[in-house]
Design a protein around this ligand. Sequence first.
Ligand code: HT7
Ligand code: ZN
Length: 861
Amino acid sequence: PPVIYRADYQPPDWRVETVSLEFDLDLSATEVHATLGIVRNGDHDRAVRLDCDGALPQTLAVDGQPVNWRQEGSRIAFDVQGERAIVTLSTRIAPDTNTQLMGLFASNGMLCTQCEAEGFRRIIPFVDRPDNMSVYEVLLRADKSRFPVLLSNGALVESGDLDGGRHYARWRDPHPKPSYLFALVAGDLVATRDSFTTKSGTHVDLAIFVRAGDEGRTAHAMQALKASMAWDERVYGLEYDLPVFNIVAVSDFNMGAMENKGLNIFNSRYILADPDTATDYDYDAIEGVVAHEYFHNWSGNRVTCRDWFQLSLKEGFTVYRDQCFSADMGSEAVKRIEDVRMLRAAQFPEDAGPLAHPIRPDSYMEISNFYTSTVYNKGAEVIRMMATMAGPERFRAGCDLYFARHDGEAATCEDFVRAMEEGAGLDLGQFRRWYEQAGTPQVQARLEHDAATGTATLHLRQNFTPTPGQPAKPLMPIPLRTALIDRDMKAHRGEMLVVLTEAEQALSFTGYARAPVLSINRGFSAPVNLDVARASGDLPFLVRHDDDPFARYEALQQLVIDRLIADIADMDGPGAAQGHAVSLDEIIAVFGDLVSDQRLDDSMRAEILSLPTEAFLGEQMLIVRPEAIHVARKSLRKAIGSRLLNQWRIVHERASSVPYSLSREARGARKIKSLALGYIASAEAGDAAMVAFDQFARADNMTDRQGALAVLASMQADQRETALDSFYNRYQGNALVIDKWFSLQTGSAHPRVHEQMLELIRHKDFTLTNPNRVRALYWPFVSNQAVFHEASGRGYELLTDLVLKLDPLNPQTTARFIAPLGRWRRFDEARAAKMRDCLERILAQPGLSKDVTEQVVKSLE
Ligand code: HT7
Ligand code: ZN
């Protein structure tokens, strides 16, 4: 497939100023008529070229005269005289055969669109690029009984009945927008309605449309929408700008949700929730995604992207905004830990592998492959670093300038950085490298103490490992929130922001008769890998006394990682372990203190006391050793479980007595309850299966039920099958909960996961046409390190079979499954060879999609 380069950007030759669309909607044959007001852009005599993917024009006329058009690869071209013209064209499409879920597609009898990034061209040929902004008017016609609800962007201007049981609705969106923000929905849907009055007094009608029967599960999403609207006004001064805001939930969707102007379309998993079917985690995800899509109204829609290389301009910034919103709605510390855990689980491996790319990529074959954790989550970290360096007021001034200066425009990342420099008064000359460089920087830190002068000197050094296409890397500015903690006072004199700009830097601090303890990268102020040279008692000290909650969490994680890496090295023979990992006794003592530490709330307690995942431990090793990691982690869990068994039982009992509510305390209690249950099971306590089944059977909410089932799913006990069957029977027909049922089994630590996987692939509820179901079954499986990387290679084969079957149906969803095989360089030669063989087998498939080809080719390079 051809490669597209950022450096080749040229503005469009022709712009489409106005778009009038008429749809005669039908599941199997939809007719589209478009009237486009086009304008020559600049002084040239080039033809009009419209992007086209599968929807060739049936008719095409310029100013009323039919014209001959020619096909040029993925475009059609035709000549136009003069500066302006009216182009009319029509297409005929079949939504019910659209398994890619891009363009206009059918889902459960309804019709809806997904146009980002390049889906609009599957509806009509168009200047389908984000710097082409047009005003849209949309007329929808359909059978009234099958499609009683007809929605598009903007506001409804008229509607009525037509002959033959049909009806129509006309929508107009006054805001010029790129085609990727176009949307329509037609279906038999019911609405939950509410309203919001903006700070300047404008009334906005809010509605969430779902299938009949789901309307009782929309309250949380509606609440999140109103909270987001109020938050954006309060924190960024940004108001909503249309009289209506509609949300529609669909069950077949490639991603989480889509921010179409005035008509957000959501994967139903990010809308539907009630206590019986959604966990606390689901509630948080809904709140975060609803906010994310709403915030795009400014960071993405009012100010959009010039080209897709600038994707992080809207996505990184909007993720940062939704992270701050969720932190404000709940616990800032817990939210930061969750976000960093996610960054390390998804983005750090991406940045260290064959698919590494800067947050503003330089080239791509298929843009859908760049909706990555790097563009989204590292992009958010880059914004966060600017916010940290500027402080809240100056950061806000930079944002104000950005929105004022670029409102109504298609902007670039450079525009954002420049607004930040001018508005916030930051010098971001060197900082721009964060947009250019891939790879996670490594920072080494060491605190040297001179007792004679009472001086503590902080030595810092930065390093980089090469990434594809970037063998050598210039230095980056790395903002590190730092504190020096007095060992006796257990306090510091104030946090400092140290910005490391050189390869090596030393900073001295006086007045320390005794060596203080270094607390660095507090709050994870920079997305780096940190290697701190420490005395062996420092980490336990920080776990107990650091006043930065993230730093406490980080210290305990590091303690555990050091111990496990040493245990794994010891498996090669006594004395093989190097370094100074603290003893198991010390780790148990620290855990014991934290289980009952009064300063921690339960939610934070559960975060801190969770062990790093096997995959994360693998990331800490040059060559991943799946079995050794599994054995070492299991044995540490068993030790923590059994030696603190009484404490876990007390916590479990205490938390079990807290009645269900959505209060912070009750949610924290549920989180610690299932964590404690997990440790009781890891201890292999004789009654563990009974305790777990009891929690399962008594549960009056999904958090407790799923928490117990997750523990049971890893056990070899009769209660396991009973609970799984009862869960399935109870929720049969509820797709989102049945997804959980699949995931719990394939993500478990049960010894027969592979066999269970084979059965589940053949299960009557498994289908390749629903992305949620595919992800529910396969994603926990490929993340289950010891299972997926079983030495036989059968995990790799199973994934390869999926890729080959799914690619012809849905290339976008398929391409996401290539990265796990692309990590072959991190495994021993035998595994690596098997993984490469699988990639070769995929590449040999005739007709392989562009999406998958790009990922496989890059993974093999
Ligand atoms: N901006 C949205 C991206 C999106 C998407 C991209 C490709 C294919 C399907 C898609 N669905 C949604 C999501 C967001 O970041 O808000
Ligand atoms: Zn987004």
